[in-house]
Write a protein that binds this ligand. Structure first.
Ligand SMILES: NC(=O)c1ccc[n+]([C@@H]2O[C@H](COP(=O)([O-])OP(=O)(O)OC[C@H]3O[C@@H](n4cnc5c(N)ncnc54)[C@H](O)[C@@H]3O)[C@@H](O)[C@H]2O)c1
Ligand SMILES: O=P(O)(O)OC[C@@H](O)[C@@H](O)[C@H](O)[C@H](O)CO
Length: 431
């Protein structure tokens, strides 16, 4: 718990600047936005953020009590360092619809960033994140139609295009003038985002108070490493994110592949095999010889199909080993294990398909699928397809049926499916 004897964090107690004018809106206010995009935005004092959650009402209330401020604890191998982040000018629950519509209609607002998780782009319908974005853009069109940049910051390949497609599908029935405006005046920016940011604990709040002298009820813990690569247009301008190290490039594909296969792919591997072998966090898994060997083997396998030069991949792997093993970051494997049906296709299957085409059956990819099966059989599952997946995993022909939900061709690959079944037994006996 935060230290109640310490004064509550606020702009007055911390003597920070007044809130900057709102020129950016965010949807999906969680830990990651606050460790990443908000920190980059803080480097340009002309830009303030109006941040909206999707369902959570507690976090915006807490942040409002703290004038939008929170403590960012950066933890690596040495002593933790803490900074007060002041980029969020206003925080709102998603239910604050009038404010959301007014912000998105405002000509002062130049961009909308999103961290709505992987399923957020797939699940449409009333009340969904996509539905809210469409409502906001419809209002903007009616209010004069100033252009806007949409900047998705979730771990999806081609996330700008994924958002564009989701909005196109959701507006198919809308009037032609609105659809034409969407095509001409809404820019979809592709991004690669990277900063490992686990959920903060009560103990982290106590540490934040010790480091800053302020009681913070919404602290964030993150690692020293941070990366943001972007490709796309900002028709009404943007914060000088490059002040904080963001890089603007023409083509992100190779970087996206590196991030999703090497970092997120290894996370997914550990998230499904680690708990089966008795590990709870990523740093703990890095101490386990079997998991370490599987991770290295996954990286060797992915490197055979990656676009970036070998030297670049070697450096990236070296850095990942340090980041994953860092004792400062307690990243829970079961948090990473959520939404497997949305993550495995981007992180694991492209490499597995390429390997099968070359006649190989890579152990780490088999291990991911086997671990996923065990997860679906034994754990409480958070996934937009949870009901279907859990029923299939627990049925007679589980491996084939679960693999079929993510790739129908791989599900017909007899050698792969029997290797997955055998690996389930192997993990169970090893655990
Ligand atoms: N935490 C990280 O290390 C990290 C790093 C890179 C990218 N990301 C991306 O950011 C996302 C959020 O991570 P976080 O650490 O902030 O998590 P979090 O749990 O702190 O916050 C998640 C946010 O997403 C919203 N959300 C959840 N399900 C949704 C849905 N179906 N539709 C719309 N919004 C939804 C929640 O309301 C909340 O605002 C991840 O899913 C990932 O795509 C996270
Ligand atoms: O955040 P998710 O759920 O997409 O995936 C879990 C982790 O792999 C991810 O959060 C990483 O920590 C992050 O992508 C690091 O930049």
């Amino acid at each position: 718990m935060p230290d109640n004897a310490a004064p509550r964090l606020s702009r007055a107690s911390a003597s920070t600047r007044p809130p900057a004018p709102v020129r950016a809106v965010h949807l999906g206010l969680g830990a990651f936005h606050r460790a990443h995009q908000a920190v980059y935005t803080m480097s340009d004092s002309d830009w303030g953020i109006a941040a909206y959650t999707f369902r959570n009402t507690t976090l915006p209330r807490t942040l409002t009590e703290q004038d939008g401020l929170y403590t960012l604890q950066v933890r690596g191998d040495g002593k933790p360092r803490a900074e007060i982040v002041d980029a969020i000018s206003r925080a709102h629950p998603g239910g604050d619809t009038d404010r959301w519509l007014a912000d998105l209609a405002s000509p002062d607002v130049a961009l909308l960033t999103l961290t709505i998780t992987e399923p957020g782009y797939r699940t449409g319908g009333h009340g969904s994140a996509i539905d809210r974005v469409v409502a906001g853009l419809r209002g903007r069109h009616r209010a004069g139609g100033d252009p806007i940049a949409l900047v998705p910051c979730d771990n999806l390949p081609g996330n700008g295009g994924v958002l564009r497609d989701a909005l196109a599908a959701a507006t198919r029935e809308e009037d032609a003038a609105f659809r034409a405006w969407l095509e001409e005046h809404v820019s979809f920016v592709d991004t690669v985002v990277d900063r490992i940011t686990p959920a903060a604990t009560d103990e982290d709040a106590a540490t934040a108070a010790r480091l800053t002298g302020f009681a913070d009820h919404a602290p964030v813990v993150t690692e020293p490493f941070s990366e943001w690569l972007l490709a796309g247009r900002f028709p009404l301008g943007r914060p000088a994110w490059e002040n904080a190290g963001a890089r603007f490039v023409d083509d992100l594909a190779a970087f996206q592949q590196r991030k999703l296969w090497f970092l997120n792919g290894a996370h997914t591997l550990l998230a499904y095999t680690g708990p089966a072998l008795g590990c709870t966090t990523v740093d703990e898994a890095m101490q386990h010889p079997t998991l370490m060997a599987l991770t290295e083997s996954w990286w060797d396998t992915a490197a055979r199909h990656a676009t970036l030069p070998e030297e670049d991949l070697r450096d990236y792997r070296q850095r990942l080993l340090q980041r994953f093993a860092s004792p400062g970051i307690r990243h829970h494997l079961l948090h990473i294990a959520v939404n497997g049906s949305q993550k495995i296709p981007a992180r694991i299957l492209p490499v597995l398909r390429a390997e099968r085409s070359a006649g190989r059956l890579p152990e780490p990819a088999v291990a991911v699928l086997a671990g996923w099966l065990i997860h679906l059989r034994d754990r409480e599952v958070a996934d937009p397809r949870a009901d279907e997946l859990v029923a299939l995993a627990r049925s007679g022909n589980g491996a084939r049926q679960v693999v079929a939900t993510v790739d129908s061709e791989l599900a017909e690959d007899g050698a792969l499916i029997s290797a997955v079944d055998d690996y389930v037994e192997h993990l169970r006996s090893a655990g």
